[in-house]
Design a protein around this ligand. Structure first.
Ligand SMILES: *[C@@H]1O[C@H](CO)[C@@H](O)[C@H](O)[C@H]1NC(C)=O
Ligand SMILES: *[C@@H]1O[C@H](CO)[C@@H](O)[C@H](O)[C@H]1NC(C)=O
Ligand SMILES: *[C@@H]1O[C@H](CO)[C@@H](O)[C@H](O)[C@H]1NC(C)=O
Ligand SMILES: *[C@@H]1O[C@H](CO)[C@@H](O)[C@H](O)[C@H]1NC(C)=O
Ligand SMILES: *[C@@H]1O[C@H](CO)[C@@H](O)[C@H](O)[C@H]1NC(C)=O
Length: 565
């Protein structure tokens, strides 16, 4: 019998609600809610505003800290998600531009000792999803490991990332939201029993890239002590907008703003309905032939002009080469078959494959800006086609090769490459590198998208980390191997969060610092460390491609911006 009799639960929750579920912070009182999960109890505080609503004149601006309040803030219910295209995940009536909330989950009981804190940034290509626990980010498995979990919303798409390269709209508002959430946690987590000196910033996909951007910024010094990045980095070409102003102007045109005066454009964009902006942004993306091969969103982080609020003012690769400002212990890696991320779109509409076969240059990552009619681009397209497909067209019969190509271009190479550049520094901090390669009954993305190819897709690890809506009913039927993989996964991540090292004295294998040879942990049901890089011939191929490109730029080769419209 796992659960106590009903009356005990009721009595206990009444007692707790009337005493300890109200937390008094310096900004005001917050009321949370008691929950039970398997053998633990925990308190949730959902929908705590950490910023003033980013509406009206504050749209596109860096967020302002939330002013203190009187009375007790009700944090017993989920609040709005940030505006995004309507999908099976969220409907428009769940969205509001007033969306800058965070959620805190505290395991019980806990004594005087302050607990380590994990601040987790959600994924969703910088234009979808939220930090809430309703779809993906149910924190119970992490709470069982006795840490505090904090999740948060940040502004998405154009509302979060538009840049006109002027002080009033300099870009990266969504990253600035994350920084303010971090500051809020530093200031207030002690009132929830959390240790403000043991904060680990982490995330998956866009949340991993967000984490990485904050590691590359001088502006986050002292705000977090460790970082984990599941499948994402600032070098991932789809996570950086190289021509944000052109995209902003195209968006303005899409909603009927014809001016070329940036101040005018900004004024009118601030007057537009938030959902008109969201809709225009979806329309822009659809018309793009490189859809799937150009930046997500297309409104994502960008390089800013210098200002007191700036997060990123140089190319990520330059920052990594010269030594990252937040040189903290890091845990990062990728999933063996990340590229399955592209399959739902492709399988829904086979004419997308035809389009790629008709013009293979569309498969070249959009940060390689060779002119469209150049010999360099044609040769590169041909060599990618040879390397992955032996020169054949993409088809159902070689879809596994297509998955590998996407895995490499969108996730693997950029992760492997930044690790290489970072670990070339003697003073680089410890970095734990993994390749997740387990295919069980809880692989979140494949379940959600009904994909039955072997290997773990992008975001599949989430089923071993969180109680997701998709996997919650499957947990009771998980196999022993699934459970072993899950417990191992959780102990690696939470040991890292607690102690800075993922393995513990009871772990029967070691996961060493990646070092210059990029040693990594093969993370499956028989985890063990291996000499890196994880995919040597694919690493070599892409390192050569980018070396050639940098040489082309050094030789003053002509470039053609790959902008979205
Ligand atoms: C742009 O518009 C602003 C606001 O209407 C105006 O003050 C400014 O003079 C304009 N700039 C130019 C170059 O026309
Ligand atoms: C499929 O993709 C093609 C090419 O991008 C597009 O023209 C067509 O409208 C799409 N069809 C559907 C049903 O979405
Ligand atoms: C590859 O696909 C393109 C576009 O559909 C087609 O024109 C071409 O003939 C195909 N090549 C082969 C070898 O099948
Ligand atoms: C779990 O397994 C039981 C027994 O085999 C079965 O009846 C039940 O439908 C399964 N539940 C799910 C969610 O698959
Ligand atoms: C570690 O322990 C697990 C579970 O007991 C076992 O399956 C695995 O083979 C062991 N691994 C090593 C490297 O000893």
């Amino acid at each position: 019998m796992r659960y106590p009799p009903l009356y005990t639960t009721v009595a206990l929750s009444l007692f707790t609600l009337s005493t300890s579920s109200i937390v008094y912070t310096n900004d005001g009182a917050i009321e949370g809610k008691l929950h039970q999960y398997n053998d633990i109890e925990y308190l949730s505080y959902r929908g705590i505003p950490y910023a003033e609503p980013p509406i009206g004149d504050l749209r596109f601006m860096p967020p302002l800290p939330k002013k203190s309040w009187t009375g007790t803030l009700d944090a017993t219910k989920q609040k709005a998600v940030c505006p995004q295209a309507e999908s099976s995940y969220y409907k428009t009536d769940q969205m509001n531009e007033d969306c800058l909330f965070l959620n805190i989950y505290v395991p019980l009981p806990h004594n005087e000792e302050l607990l380590p804190v994990s601040l987790f940034a959600h994924g969703g290509e910088f234009n979808a999803l939220s930090g809430y626990d309703d779809l993906i980010y149910g924190p119970q498995l992490l709470l069982e490991q006795n840490i505090i979990v904090v999740t948060f919303n940040y502004r998405l798409g154009a509302l979060g990332f538009i840049s006109l390269n002027i002080p009033e709209a300099s870009g990266n508002a969504g990253l600035k939201d994350a920084i303010l959430a971090l500051k809020w946690v530093n200031k207030n987590i002690q009132f929830f029993g959390g240790d403000a000196e043991k904060i680990t910033l982490g995330g998956n996909s866009a949340g991993a890239a967000l984490t990485h951007y904050l590691m590359l910024s001088e502006s986050t010094s002292g705000l977090f002590q460790k970082a984990f990045l599941n499948s994402g980095s600032a070098l991932g070409y789809r996570f950086l907008a190289r021509h944000p102003v052109e995209n902003a102007i195209a968006l303005a045109k899409e909603i009927g703003i014809e001016s070329n005066n940036k101040t005018q454009i900004l004024l009118q964009l601030k007057e537009a309905d938030a959902f008109t902006i969201v809709e225009a942004q979806s329309t822009l993306g659809k018309g793009n032939k490189r859809n799937g091969f150009r930046p997500f969103a297309p409104f994502v982080p960008s390089i800013e002009i210098e200002s007191t609020n700036a997060v990123l003012t140089d190319e990520p690769i330059n920052i990594i080469k010269s030594g990252i400002p937040q040189n903290v212990p890091t845990l990062t890696g990728f999933n063996a078959k990340e590229g399955m991320k592209m399959l739902p779109a492709i399988l829904r509409n086979v004419s997308l494959i035809e389009e790629l076969n008709g013009d293979f240059k569309l498969c070249v990552p959009s940060d390689l800006e060779y002119p469209s009619d150049s010999e360099e681009l044609n040769n590169l397209a041909q060599s990618i086609k040879e390397f992955y497909f032996n020169g054949a067209n993409i088809s159902k019969s070689n879809i596994g090769e297509f998955v590998n190509m996407i895995t490499d271009t969108q996730f693997y190479h950029s992760t492997d490459y930044w690790i290489k550049l970072h670990k070339a520094h003697k003073e680089s901090n410890t970095l734990y590198y993994y390749k997740f390669d387990y295919d069980g009954s809880l692989n979140w993305f494949k379940l959600t998208n009904q994909i039955d190819l072997p290997g773990p897709a992008h975001a599949d690890e989430l089923g071993y980390m969180f109680v997701t809506r998709m996997t919650a009913p499957l947990l009771q039927n998980a196999t022993d191997t699934d459970n072993r993989v899950m417990q191992n996964f959780l102990s690696l991540w939470t040991n890292f969060i607690k102690y800075g090292t993922p393995t513990s004295p009871v772990t029967n294998y070691t996961w060493p610092d990646s070092g210059e040879d990029r040693t990594y942990l093969l993370l499956n049901d028989q985890p063990h460390a291996r000499a890196g890089p994880p995919l040597p011939s694919r690493t070599k191929f892409w390192e050569d491609v980018y070396e050639d490109y940098y040489e082309y730029i050094r030789d003053s080769g002509k470039l053609e911006p790959q902008i979205v419209p």
